[in-house]
Design a binder for this molecule. Structure first.
Ligand code: NAD
Ligand code: DAU
Length: 355
């Protein structure tokens, strides 16, 4: 029976990965999460009582605690998703990004290396450290071309520079110490349980509440969108079948301008939530993000050819599911927007051990 240690499992993508592992496999999952503002245990309510799920409230920068978690749970693999993830926050306050994304990754790598050195030959060969990263490490594209696994790193924001640093650390721990690592670089995710500071959930909730829909600059920046459950399936496949030392780009072949994304959300809401239609009247062009990357687009050929992955959702089907989810899950939305979600752990775990 495999035990997977997942960092950042209370976040947007991490919680999707945890829910999938519990639903679709017999793996044991240890979720290691500090519960920053972005961590929400309510997103894991459907698995929290499962005997194969354990939660450890641990900061990945805390070397002693991270070592204890490895000792106690004896994982067969690590999937490292814990990070500060929001570009705007990295511009207004980069310190946490340097700490968690760089120092935290270093701390986790050292704990993993120490643990891996002590495994018997069979478990040592099977062990994997899967680092989950972003397409933003490659910088910004012009009108044409795609990011491949060979594209040179050119990170532009404090966020992407911190993620690029962590990718380099992971690479070095493989090259120097032989730690069996795999790295994935993915494009923009969207879907249920997404914290409403990011474009898609922010626009859905603002539109439902009759608030303005802020679009940076002219709205012509381009992102390549992938439904979060498709990303989670890709991550599980890379963990299972990826070659140690390799990196895999993951993307949805779904390039859209930000204005197109917002207009699509408005059109779906006009149909599903006609109060306030046309919602596009709420669109407001605001000051651009400093250093705003122009275009991201992933060439996902390698993961398709080598591992047989392809996304199940189109942008249209995934976006509709996402809007429906936000309209139906008013309790989750209410707890997040009021800040009550940060008390959810105390209320729901008051008389139970965390594990
Ligand atoms: P998120 O912000 O929703 O979640 C991050 C999680 O990490 C939270 O649960 C938070 O509590 C936890 N965390 C933060 N600092 C921690 C620390 N010091 N110790 C332990 N836990 C800590 O992020 P996300 O959008 O789910 O992204 C997950 C990963 O995927 C990140 O590494 C991100 O760089 C990468 N990624 C995200 C996207 C995207 O579109 N969201 C795309 C590509 C890659
Ligand atoms: O490309 C992968 C990255 O995608 C991940 O590594 C990051 O963790 C994730 O946050 C995301 O980064 P972006 O900066 O692309 O996501 P965000 O949702 O913040 O912004 C998407 C686009 O929309 C971007 O061009 C900025 C723009 N935007 C964003 C917000 C929050 C707006 O126009 N208005 C807004 O209010």
């Amino acid at each position: 029976m495999k035990t997977i240690l997942i960092t950042g499992g209370a976040g947007f993508i991490g919680s999707a990965v945890v829910r999938q592992f519990i639903a679709d496999t017999d793996c044991h999952i240890v979720n290691v999460d500090k519960l920053t503002y972005a961590g929400n245990l309510q997103s894991l309510a459907s698995v929290s009582d499962n005997p194969r799920y354990r939660f450890e409230q641990v900061d990945i920068c805390d070397a002693a605690e991270v070592a204890r978690v490895f000792r106690e749970h004896q994982p067969s693999a690590v999937m490292h998703l814990a990070a500060e993830s929001h570009v705007d926050r990295s511009i207004s306050g980069p310190a946490d990004f340097i700490q968690t994304n760089i120092v935290g990754t270093y701390t986790l790598l050292e704990a993993a290396r120490e643990y891996w050195r002590g495994l018997d030959a069979e478990r040592k060969a099977a062990f994997r450290f899967h680092h989950i990263s972003t397409d933003e490490v490659y910088g910004s594209l012009g009108e044409n071309g795609f990011f491949t696994e060979e594209t040179a790193y050119e990170p532009n924001s404090p966020y992407s520079a911190s993620k690029a640093s962590s990718d380099h650390l992971v690479r070095a721990w493989h090259h120097t110490y032989g730690l069996p690592v795999v790295t994935t670089n993915c494009s923009n995710n969207y879907g249920p349980y997404h914290f409403p500071e990011k474009l898609i959930p922010l626009v859905i909730l603002n539109a439902v509440n009759g608030k303005s829909l802020p679009i940076y600059g002219k709205g012509d920046n381009i992102r390549d969108w992938l439904y979060v459950d498709d990303h989670a399936r890709a991550l599980r496949l890379v963990l299972e079948r990826g070659e140690p030392g390799e990196t895999y780009n993951i993307g949805g072949w779904n390039e859209k301008t930000n204005l197109e994304v917002v207009q699509s959300i408005c059109a779906i809401l006009d149909e599903l939530h006609p109060q306030g239609a046309p919602h596009s009247q709420l669109i407001t062009f605001v000051q651009d993000r400093p250093g705003h990357d122009r275009r991201y687009a992933i060439d996902a050929t390698k993961i398709a050819q080598d591992l047989g992955w392809k996304p199940q959702e189109t942008f249209e089907s995934g976006l509709r599911k996402t809007v429906e989810w936000y309209l139906q899950n008013t309790d989750w939305v209410q707890n997040v927007t009021s800040g009550e979600y940060q008390n959810w752990v105390q209320k729901n775990y008051a008389n139970r051990s965390m594990a």
